[in-house]
Design a protein around this ligand. Structure first.
Ligand code: NAD
Length: 298
């Protein structure tokens, strides 16, 4: 991370995506910048806003550069499209084939993917010591690609991948096998059969199942038992149906908030060249779930 040796006195950044009004990312960056004494501005640049109806992603990047932005976070649906507008990519972004952080510096645009490190770091700190001979990943979409590579980097030796779209599972299994040859991968169609014949040590949900707007879980609760560790990357709500069922079954669990905070930690470091404090950024993230009481008279 070459940027770490160039501290700055300001942070000017933003998040580009659609339907992002409720994002927790701006508050995390602003609070961390403020705590480090930086003048911090982090804008929500929602492409669904009427004033941006005529603007393209390319227009937004040009405007951010012209305005002196340090960088941008990029989310749905632009993580792949943005790659065509950049000068260079980090190794992680190239490996995953998606960018969630763009650093704008010295007239150059460099794309990074901090989701991979974010999940890997969350896993290492939240589930240390769990067995990782065989893991199951459910969901082979955009986030699933980062999680699959992170699991390989965390020492998972065999990775089974399931998706309701079997082609996606097959493609991701081939991608991880090519990028991380030390991890053996397989696409699996029948979860019950997998649990009967080749039980995984743990599993990660990287489908949207369990989100407030998509209740439910991507595997039957009957497959859970205390020997299994269970991670969810959905973080709204924090306690998904899967995590609730896994806790009830006696499993060790990892909520999605860790990945969400740690991807922002790494993005802050890339934008500012300063180390971020993960505990402080996590505390800011938590203020959304436990808002401070409104003082009388305000
Ligand atoms: P996506 O739409 O790109 O991919 C979701 C994948 O899940 C698709 O391939 C889909 O076919 C599959 N799927 C859906 N329902 C399924 C089911 N019941 N069984 C098996 N497969 C199923 O979405 P994404 O960008 O990968 O995001 C997935 C979720 O991850 C989001 O809902 C978001 O909440 C969460 N997420 C969390 C973080 C974080 O930092 N914690 C980061 C990114 C995404």
């Amino acid at each position: 991370m070459a940027q770490l040796d160039r501290p700055r006195e300001t942070l000017l950044a933003g998040l580009i995506g659609r339907g992002i009004a409720a994002s927790r990312t701006p508050r995390m960056h602003m609070a961390e910048g403020g705590a480090q004494g930086l003048s911090s501005v982090y804008r929500i640049l929602d492409m669904d806003a009427p004033e941006r109806a005529e603007l393209s992603l390319s227009d937004m990047l040009k405007a951010a550069e012209a305005s002196g932005f340090d960088g941008l976070n990029v989310t749905y649906p632009f993580k792949i499209e943005v790659m065509g507008l950049l000068d260079d990519l980090s190794e992680n972004a190239r490996t995953i084939g998606a960018v969630n952080t763009v650093v704008l510096k010295d007239g150059r645009r460099v794309g990074h993917n901090t989701d991979l490190w974010g999940f890997a770091q969350s896993f290492r700190t939240g589930l240390p010591e769990v067995p990782r001979d065989h893991a199951l990943l459910i969901g082979a979409g955009g986030a699933g690609v980062a999680v699959a590579h992170a699991l390989a980097d965390c020492g998972v030796r065999r990775l089974s991948i399931h998706d309701s779209d079997p082609d996606r599972a097959e493609r991701l299994a081939a991608q991880v096998a090519a990028n991380r040859p030390e991890t053996t991968t397989a696409a699996v169609a029948d979860l019950a059969a997998l649990f009967e014949t080749d039980r995984p040590d743990g599993l990660v949900n990287a489908t949207p199942m369990g989100m407030a707007k998509l209740p439910g879980m991507a595997l039957p609760a009957a497959l859970l038992d205390p020997a299994l560790w269970v991670a969810d990357i959905v973080y709204f709500p924090l306690e998904t149906e899967l995590l609730r069922a896994a806790r009830a079954a006696g499993c060790r669990v990892l909520p999605g908030s860790g990945m969400a905070v740690l991807q922002a930690v790494r993005a802050f470091e890339l934008f500012t060249g300063r180390p971020a404090d993960p505990a402080r950024m996590a505390a800011t993230f938590d203020t959304f779930d436990h808002p401070a009481p409104i003082a009388a008279g305000t």
